[in-house]
Write a protein that binds this ligand. Structure first.
Ligand code: V47
Length: 389
């Protein structure tokens, strides 16, 4: 108790030097931070102090544990009619590089990894109205048939909106049918920034923030967990970012359906917004930290190493992040947009990255059940990750 109190007092004193003592008091007392607190955390020049506050919360929840998973991405098509200005992945039919993989081709990619300990297939793609409803059901069935034990995390809220349109059925029914075909959970993409101003300027054909949240609510009500994201580092303001986090936080109060929050750093290359520089490594660390501090009801914060330098992903584990995604295998969305990280990493290397960052690696499945742990006394295999237990 004494040790904890003195650690908390040291944190408040450190924060005082940056003009953040009042926020630190609230963090230590586990009080919810306000929108104004969020904006101050974004604007404060002392990033290391913001990071220390986030690390306090991260260690309160998870100690030294850092989760990771062994997964495989299958971006089944890049055909897309949303024409988002930030995206370098999308293609129209006939454009160079346009593709739509059949369910069988996707299943073959899953089969090709059968010698690897993959537990999750992550399927996110473009939105193309000519793809029939049966395609999505067949895709899920084919992937499950190829590897029955695999968890299928697929279809962002944007894709789900399109799937329900083409199915001409209520989303509630579609979700049950997708679940019956093998859908296990839903990824967090497509949220971008909920601001209508930003949407009007950069992705006006995509569903609105309200629609994204309404679909997420239905996903959670259908008994599916999802992740959530924010695309940062383009034309959004600090107030728009804080509003986005607040709206995620309010939905989470209602549903408890978000497992992890993933800040997605804007990658400008080959997009219509190539003149926008995108976030720096320091911006990425700040985004993770503010996310950890504001999203007091979301248990995990994921550093998606594909987006950042590996060294930044390692640092992230001291700036609020507690989860590193993943082995990936074949990443297309960020590599089309100039990512210079490798396309995949082997499990052993991912484990070493986490150890080198001073954390204890814990392999988890998509729903955060522990598969393997470097410290079985603190995170035993076969149990939910401690914070979710
Ligand atoms: O929806 C597209 C974003 C998302 C760019 O849930 C871009 O575990 C930055 O959903 N620069 C797809 N971002 C990725 C996604 C995801 C990734 C990792 C983990 C999880 C998870 C989900 O990527 C898109 C869009 O928001 N995006 N283009 C770009 N140039």
């Amino acid at each position: 108790m004494i040790a904890r109190d003195s650690q908390a007092s040291r944190l408040v004193e450190l924060a005082r030097s940056a003009g953040l003592a009042d926020i630190a008091e609230r963090v230590v007392a586990k009080e919810r931070l306000s929108l104004d607190d969020g904006a101050r955390l974004y604007r404060n020049p002392e990033l290391h102090v913001v990071g220390a506050l986030a690390n306090h919360v991260r260690e309160r929840l998870h100690g030294d544990l850092a989760y990771f998973n062994v997964n495989q991405h299958v971006n089944y098509t890049n055909l897309c009619n949303k024409l988002c200005r930030f995206c370098a992945f999308q293609r129209l039919p006939g454009q160079e590089g346009a593709y739509l993989w059949s369910p069988e081709e996707c299943a073959a990619k899953v089969r090709a990894q059968l010698d690897q300990p993959v537990t999750e297939v992550h399927m996110v793609a473009g939105v193309w109205p000519k793809i029939p409803y049966e395609y999505y059901l067949d895709l899920l069935r084919a992937v499950k048939a190829a590897r029955p034990s695999i968890h299928v995390k697929a279809f962002t809220m944007v894709e789900l909106d399109q799937i329900a349109r083409v199915a001409k059925k209520p989303l509630e029914i579609v979700l049950q049918e997708l679940k019956a075909a093998g859908l296990g959970s839903v990824p967090g993409g497509g949220a971008e920034v909920f601001s209508e101003r930003v949407r009007a300027e950069t992705y006006h054909l995509k569903i609105s923030g309200d629609e994204w949240l309404a679909i997420a609510r239905k996903v959670h009500q259908a008994g599916l967990r999802s992740n959530c994201t924010m695309l940062h580092g383009h034309i959004e303001t600090i107030e728009e970012r804080v509003d986005h986090l607040d709206r995620l936080r309010r939905l989470q109060d209602e549903t408890q359906g978000f497992q992890t929050y993933i800040p997605l750093s804007f990658h400008p290359d080959h997009s219509e917004m190539a003149d926008v520089p995108g976030p720096t490594a320091l911006d990425e660390l700040r985004e993770l930290s503010v996310g950890r501090l504001m999203l007091d009801n979301i248990p995990l914060i994921k550093a998606y190493w594909i987006l950042m330098d590996v060294a930044v992903a390692q640092l992230a584990l001291a700036y609020g992040a507690d989860d590193v995604d993943g082995t990936v295998v074949e990443e297309k969305i960020y590599h089309e947009a100039g990512a210079t990280t490798p396309q995949e990493v082997q499990r052993a290397e991912l484990v070493q990255w986490i150890r080198d960052a001073g954390r204890i690696p814990v392999e988890r499945d998509t729903l955060y059940n522990v598969i393997w742990s470097a410290d079985p006394t603190r995170a035993p295999a076969g149990r939910p990750a401690p914070v979710l237990a």
